[in-house]
Design a protein around this ligand. Structure first.
Ligand code: HEM
Ligand code: NAG
Ligand code: NAG
Ligand code: NAG
Length: 220
């Protein structure tokens, strides 16, 4: 038997799959927020809202929907390496969210501190766990930068990466937990962000609260 025929099935077994995603705007009924959306496979959904084009705000509103007990993530810079990542996963009836950053393939550590500090501020009615999925809707405050770690504030389009794992993180109660590798991921090269820029941004961002802490127990 020649080597390639032996290796190909192994590659198929052990590499995660790159899936096609659909990009289209949607309105989330639980929050009333209208996002530019990316839908992946297995129930993955990402939503983005940005301030109107005439601001230099480094804030972005995000909804991450994942399925079951696994984690769902987004790369705000496109590919995985050297870009700001956000991962979310269910912890009982709570949802955990975590900012990650890595230069190497493998479980990304918590992103280093920045000035001004980045923070994840959840929106209560967009953050829940149900019998099939979980949703984490949050303001990523001071997240966007001009150093290439994310798309820059004010851009009209950007590459966005997404990833989803079927398995739960190692320690679901720990925001710094190791994450197992994704089963599906994708890179959408040219997401139209002009669609994500909304006059209501400030109003919707005002739904987010530091006092609705991630990890707090509440009923969806
Ligand atoms: C929020 C978390 C994560 C996001 C958004 C993410 C996203 C991505 C994306 C978009 C790619 C394809 C483009 C590229 O090569 O950069 C990728 C590749 C890769 N990721 Fe991740 N990732 C995450 C977490 C992880 C974790 C936890 C692991 C391992 C424990 C991992 C391992 C890998 C590996 C090995 C590749 C290259 C091979 C492949 O495409 O499967 N990633 N990731
Ligand atoms: C979600 O919560 C915000 C404030 O917490 C509220 O203003 C908004 O109306 C709620 N959305 C819906 C659809 O009820
Ligand atoms: C759970 O929430 C997700 C995300 O909002 C939704 O798509 C799904 O239909 C919900 N499942 C149930 C059983 O309500
Ligand atoms: C920025 O755009 C928003 C929404 O389009 C508008 O309400 C606001 O007046 C504009 N501000 C300036 C300074 O042009």
């Amino acid at each position: 038997m020649r080597l390639p025929t032996l290796l190909l099935p192994l590659v198929a077994l052990f590499s995660s799959s790159t899936a096609q995603a659909q990009v289209s705007p949607y309105t989330d009924t639980r929050t009333g927020i209208s996002f530019q959306g990316i839908s992946g496979s297995n129930g993955y959904r990402l939503g983005l809202v940005l301030p109107p084009a005439n601001t230099t705000s480094s804030d972005v509103l995000v909804q991450l929907v994942g399925q079951g007990k696994g984690w769902a993530g987004v790369s705000l810079g496109g590919s995985m390496l050297n870009h700001l990542l956000v991962a979310a996963w269910p912890n009982g009836q709570n949802v955990m969210g975590s900012l990650r950053f890595t230069a190497n393939y493998g479980s990304p550590p918590v992103a280093p501190a920045t000035t001004p500090a980045r923070s994840l501020l959840p929106i209560l009615n967009g953050t829940y766990v149900n019998s099939t999925h979980f949703s984490y809707t949050f303001l990523c405050k001071s997240c966007l930068t001009t150093d290439g770690k994310t798309f820059a504030p004010g851009v009209t389009s950007a590459p966005i990466g997404w990833a989803q794992a079927a398995s739960a993180p190692v320690q679901v109660t720990n925001a710094a937990t190791a994450l197992g590798r994704h089963n599906v991921q994708g890179l959408v090269r040219d997401v139209d962000l002009s669609v994500a820029r909304k006059g209501e941004f400030a109003k919707w961002a005002g739904y987010a609260s530091a006092t609705v802490r991630v990890g707090r127990r509440w009923d969806a």
